[in-house]
Design a protein around this ligand. Structure first.
Ligand SMILES: [Zn+2]
Ligand SMILES: [Zn+2]
Length: 152
C-alpha cells in the first residue's frame, strides 16, 4: 500500500484524453472531474447491491446467543436448586433467591460461568442495578474481574 490516497498527487488521469497536462489526481483520476464521476458510479453500484441483498440475514451471533440462552436457563435452574443457593447472597437478607446475580457482568464467558454467579432475591437483583453503593460492594469489577476498588 502506498500513501498516495493521503498526500495530494499530481499526474495523469486515466480517463482524460491523452495529452492532458498533469493535474491533481486521486486513485489515478483527476480530482476536478473523473474521480468524482468514478466515485458516484461506484456508490450507485453499491446501493444497487444493498437493494438486492436480503433484508435481514440472521447473524451468526444471534444463533450462538440463542444456544447460550437455552444453556443459561438450564444452568440457572440447576444453580438455584443447589442447597447452598437457596437464600439471597446479600448480607442480612434472608429472602429466597429467585434470580442469579452476575457479579462479573453478563457478557462473554461470565454469562455461563457459574463461579461468577450469586443467588439473589428479586428485590436485590433490581437494587444492584439501581444502587451503585450496593453494587460496588457486591459486584466484581467488570474490567479486572476482581473486587471493585471503592473510590472515596
Ligand atoms: Zn480526468
Ligand atoms: Zn436479597
Amino acid at each position: 500500500m502506498t500513501n498516495s490516497t493521503i498526500k495530494p498527487k499530481i499526474g495523469q488521469c486515466c480517463d482524460c484524453p491523452p495529452g492532458t497536462p498533469d493535474q491533481p489526481i486521486t486513485a489515478g483520476r483527476c480530482n476536478s472531474f473523473h474521480y468524482k464521476l468514478h466515485r458516484s458510479k461506484v456508490n450507485a453500484e453499491k446501493n444497487k447491491d444493498k437493494e438486492k441483498a436480503p433484508r435481514t440475514p440472521i447473524p451468526k451471533f444471534s444463533v450462538r446467543r440463542k444456544k447460550e440462552n437455552r444453556e443459561y436457563l438450564i444452568k440457572r435452574l440447576q444453580f438455584l436448586a443447589q442447597p447452598g443457593n437457596q437464600r439471597c447472597f446479600i448480607e442480612g437478607c434472608n429472602n429466597r433467591a429467585d434470580t442469579v446475580e452476575h457479579t462479573a457482568g453478563r457478557w462473554g464467558k461470565n454469562y455461563l460461568d457459574t463461579s461468577t454467579w450469586k443467588p439473589c432475591c428479586n428485590f436485590h437483583n433490581l437494587e444492584l442495578e439501581k444502587n451503585s453503593d450496593l453494587s460496588e460492594k457486591y459486584q466484581l469489577s467488570k474490567i479486572s474481574g476482581k473486587k471493585k476498588i471503592i473510590k472515596r
